[in-house]
Design a protein. Structure first.
Ligand code: PNS
Length: 165
């Protein structure tokens, strides 16, 4: 039987930290589904289509990885896919409370679900989508923090918002 895992997130946008986790998880599992939450409540900077496109481009070389979007509860997406393993990346201790809450909630909703946590590689410890957006919004360079295609998308996004001002 194939071992499949789901790596969920907002990925607004995907960073090199996320790429590192996805690549490493794909070595452990036969297939990895990167599941992009539509999350309209979080008011993402990038539309779901943009986020899917950026991730697909950045991970297209890895044939074990597929990228899909989901709306609603993660447990429902997992059920639809017949998957019960979730992957999440952990950076600092500050991630712990939120991850603990999510894991507990998901297991309350479906006790068969197991979340596997992977430590982010040292070089990506300080990267978050939030910080990347902040740097880019002030015109700073995000080289090395996100894939090249994401860098271009960020530049375009903030160029067009600045032009509107
Ligand atoms: O990258 P993020 O924003 O930390 O990812 C969080 C995400 C999308 C995995 C989480 O918010 C989620 O699973 N959302 C779907 C709704 C859901 O299932 N909520 C209950 C568990 S918190």
């Amino acid at each position: 039987m194939k071992k499949i895992a789901v790596y969920p997130g907002s990925f607004d946008p995907i960073t090199n930290g996320h790429i590192d986790i996805a690549e490493r998880a794909s070595r452990v599992f036969d297939k990895l589904i990167v599941a992009v939450a539509k999350n309209p409540r979080k008011k993402p900077l990038f539309s779901i289509e943009e986020r899917l496109q950026m991730i697909r481009e950045a991970l297209s070389h890895n044939k074990k990885i597929t990228v899909e979007s989901f709306d609603g509860l993660l447990v429902d997406f997992l059920k639809e896919k017949g998957v019960d393993v979730v992957i999440r990346g952990l950076r600092a201790v500050s991630d712990f409370d939120y991850e603990f809450q999510m894991d507990s909630l998901n297991r309350k909703l479906n006790p068969n679900i197991e979340t596997f946590f992977m430590m982010t590689s040292e070089s990506y410890f300080y990267i978050s989508s939030q910080i990347v957006k902040e740097i880019a919004s002030f015109g700073g360079s995000v080289k090395g923090l996100v894939p090249e295609n994401v860098m271009k998308m960020l530049e375009n996004k903030f160029k067009s918002t600045m032009e509107k001002k």
